[in-house]
Write a protein that binds this ligand. Structure first.
Ligand SMILES: O=P(O)(O)OC[C@@H](O)[C@@H](O)c1c[nH]c2ccccc12
Length: 247
């Protein structure tokens, strides 16, 4: 049973537990996000994970053609993040499938994953790495789901927001850690706290800064703190061309 939650997080996790299983055949190889980030670093290219997101509980909303967005971003991004959560982010499994059909770079299934069945669906639809959020899982569930994700040769992006989350992620063997500047309970953003947490993390994990990134200056500051990659949604949904400045 996931952790005790209230408000929208409780609602979204209850929906996750009822989510239908997609039994389709996977139609693409696995693309390794950690290797691609390291390749970008060797070539002095900033690793941007471009997110396709139509809505968020923090008030963002955008239209946009997922296939056109993905076809454009695959020329610049280290990976594509696809929201598959339906109620609060207006995502879907169909979005993941249609983007997976047109890109040959790593794809993140961005959802509130609490079950192996969701991981199965993500693999079948073509995801290469899967978001696991420390805040909604018990430590045992997190450990088990990381192992299950890796049993498919996919990787887990383990999302943290504070020091306790980071300690749990490290104890569970996370190798790719997302540092969300946004508190998923209060929806408030704290960039200073995010930079401090990134700087406190071990050198040998790949650190992904998430949320509220809108400028190259922010990327350079996060890089100085130790971030290896940058997950950007709202800003690139509004101004996709800006990725050319960010890389
Ligand atoms: O739109 P932004 O501020 O660039 O944020 C993107 C991404 O970090 C955000 O969508 C996100 C981070 N962690 C999540 C967990 C679930 C859903 C969404 C998210």
């Amino acid at each position: 049973m996931p952790r005790y939650l209230q408000g929208w997080l409780k609602d979204v996790v209850e929906n996750s537990m009822k989510r239908g299983y997609i039994s389709t055949e996977r139609r693409r190889p696995i693309y390794n996000i950690i290797e691609r980030i390291m390749e970008f670093q060797r070539n002095n290219i900033n690793s941007i994970i471009a997110e396709f997101k139509r809505n968020s509980p923090s008030g963002f909303s955008a239209e946009g053609d997922p296939v056109a967005y993905a076809k454009f971003m695959r020329n610049y991004a280290v990976g594509i993040s696809v929201l598959t959560e339906e109620k609060f982010f207006k995502g879907s499994y169909d979005l993941l499938r249609s983007i997976a059909d047109v890109v040959d770079i790593p794809i993140l299934m961005k959802d509130f994953v609490v079950s192996e069945s969701q991981v199965d669906s993500g693999y079948n639809l073509g995801a290469d790495f899967v978001l696991l959020i420390v805040r909604v899982l018990t430590e045992r569930e997190l450990e088990g789901l990381i192992e299950y994700v890796r049993s498919f040769k996919m990787e887990a992006l383990v999302e943290v927001h504070d020091k306790d989350d980071l300690d749990i992620a490290l104890r569970c063997g996370a190798k790719l850690i997302g540092f969300n500047s946004r508190n998923l309970v209060t929806l408030e953003i704290d960039h200073d706290k995010q930079r401090e947490l990134i700087a406190s993390a071990p050198k040998d994990v790949i650190k992904v800064a998430e949320s509220g990134i809108q400028s190259r200056d922010q990327i350079l500051e996060l890089k100085k703190a130790g971030a290896d990659a940058f997950l950007i949604g709202s800003f690139l949904m509004r101004e996709p061309e800006k990725i050319k400045e960010f890389i």
